[in-house]
Design a binder for this molecule. Structure first.
Ligand SMILES: [Cu+2]
Length: 120
């Protein structure tokens, strides 16, 4: 009986620890995702790379802007003139043809998109 009771006693800690351990493992698998989404939500405002460009065309209907732009480091793109989609129509209302601008472009879903735009 002594052997049996100590055997069962030795099982208790395992039975207690296992669920806690699993809960921790689940917690840890959730947390990086939450941290990551917090980081990417905060990142654009603080750490968004800006490129320089000159407005060549504004198309409010198509919601595109054509820019003669300098190198876009984050997209690994050399200087060229090209059309971008804009993230929001409001971005287009700030600028007109001939304006020199600073802008930030991203490529969500493979579509080159201006996500921030300001006069310089
Ligand atoms: Cu380009």
């Amino acid at each position: 009986m002594r052997v049996n009771s100590s055997f069962f006693l030795s099982l208790i800690p395992i039975a207690l620890i296992l669920p806690v351990h699993m809960a921790l493992a689940q917690g840890m698998s959730v947390q990086p995702g939450m941290v990551h989404s917090n980081a990417s939500a905060a990142e654009p405002a603080v750490n968004r790379p800006m490129s320089e460009g000159e407005v060549k065309k504004v198309d409010a209907k198509a919601q595109t802007i054509t820019l003669a732009h300098g190198p876009i480091k984050n997209l690994d793109m050399p200087a060229m003139t090209m059309a971008f989609k804009v993230k929001t129509p409001a971005l287009l209302s700030k600028v007109k043809v001939g304006d020199k601008v600073k802008f930030s472009a991203e490529m969500p879903n493979g579509v080159m998109t201006v996500v921030a735009l300001e006069l310089r």
